[in-house]
Design a protein around this ligand. Structure first.
Ligand code: ADE
Ligand code: ZN
Length: 326
């Protein structure tokens, strides 16, 4: 069997996926027209040409500008439905979707509108393809903790629709410590906790995400290798890392896939998973991340099976719910 077909046939969970990062340029322009939103690019080709990122911030600037076309419940539904269709083709049986409410509420879009559209797509994906899903509300770390608390307040009537919280956006200069009280409150409310750490930020941010935020998974985490004691702890505690190889190359965390440290992390015994992050911007959905990484690093099928299994084990579904896929 070809590697692509093998990877697509592996049941897998996607655990690091920003739904706003699945906005393909064609949909961006269609929604801009439908909603009368002006975009800073003249065409689909022009926006694609702008996807030459030098770091995380250069990507985020474009990503937030693109997200401005998402206005109505139907927009969020279509965005997530299109993602689930691609995810199903890639063998995703369960997806835990990040969404950034503050990107939308800042433009006057109600949190409820975002949630209604996303949730309708989740229900439809379950009915059509049997894909399970969860929603993870991410706080933007370039904003203040107080603004995070205001967002949590808006989310309180909808807590039954949200499985957990995350922390994303500009990492450098915005350490986990800035959000310690907010995440403590989220934990009291029974929410799962994850956090981006060690993508561009130092290994100390990973330590703080674990100790101060009590993160159950670390999103990215690739800079852990700069601290051998931290690697030892991540192995001992089997903390899942949601690694996004194509994203890391696009954002210049690694110069190319052949020099990505995922193989090293895996060999060290870390609970590594492979994910797509913002696939519309980074050149590939989850199966392409598996295939390209395997080819670049010489990972075999046994390793890919282990990584797919890790993703299911690291998800927030119960052992009974994931049993059919393992
Ligand atoms: N928001 C969307 N993608 C992100 C990433 N890779 N890192 C931090 N914040 C993000
Ligand atoms: Zn991310």
């Amino acid at each position: 069997m070809e590697l692509e077909a093998y990877v697509r046939a592996l049941p897998k969970a996607e655990l690091h996926l920003h739904i706003e990062g699945t906005l393909e340029p064609e949909m961006m322009f269609a929604l801009a027209r439908r909603n009368g939103v002006a975009l800073p690019w003249a065409s689909v080709e022009a926006v694609r040409a702008a996807y030459a990122f030098t770091d995380l911030q250069s990507f985020l600037d474009l990503y937030y500008a693109g997200a401005a076309v998402l206005v109505r419940e139907q927009d969020f539904f279509e965005l997530a439905f299109a993602y689930f269709e691609r995810a199903h083709a890639d063998g995703v049986v369960h997806a835990e979707l990040f969404f950034d409410p503050q990107t939308h509420t800042a433009r006057g879009v109600a949190l409820e509108t975002v949630l209604d559209g996303l949730e309708r797509a989740c229900v439809e994906a379950r009915a059509r393809w049997g894909i399970g899903s969860r929603l993870i509300l991410c706080f933007l770390r370039h904003l203040s903790e107080e603004e995070g608390f205001a967002t949590l307040q808006q989310a309180l009537p909808h807590l039954s629709r949200i499985d957990g919280v995350g922390l994303d956006s500009s990492e450098r200069g915005h350490p986990p410590a800035k959000f310690a009280r907010l995440f403590a409150r989220c934990r009291e409310l029974g929410l799962h906790v994850v956090a981006h750490a060690g993508e561009e930020g130092p290994p100390a941010y990973i330590v703080d995400a674990l100790d101060l935020l009590k993160a159950e998974r670390i999103d990215h985490g690739v800079r852990c290798t700069e601290d051998p004691a931290l690697v030892g702890r991540l192995v001992r505690e089997q903390v899942p890392l949601t690694v996004c190889p194509l994203s890391n190359v696009k954002l210049c965390v690694f110069p190319d896939l052949a020099r990505h440290n995922l193989g090293q992390l895996f060999a060290a015994g870390l609970k590594v998973t492979i994910n797509s992050d913002d696939p519309a911007y980074f050149g590939g959905y989850v199966a392409k991340n598996y295939v390209d990484t395997a080819r670049a690093l010489g990972l075999g099928r046994a390793e890919l099976r282990r990584i797919a299994r890790n993703s299911l084990e690291a998800s927030f579904v119960s052992a009974a719910e994931r049993a059919p896929w393992l």
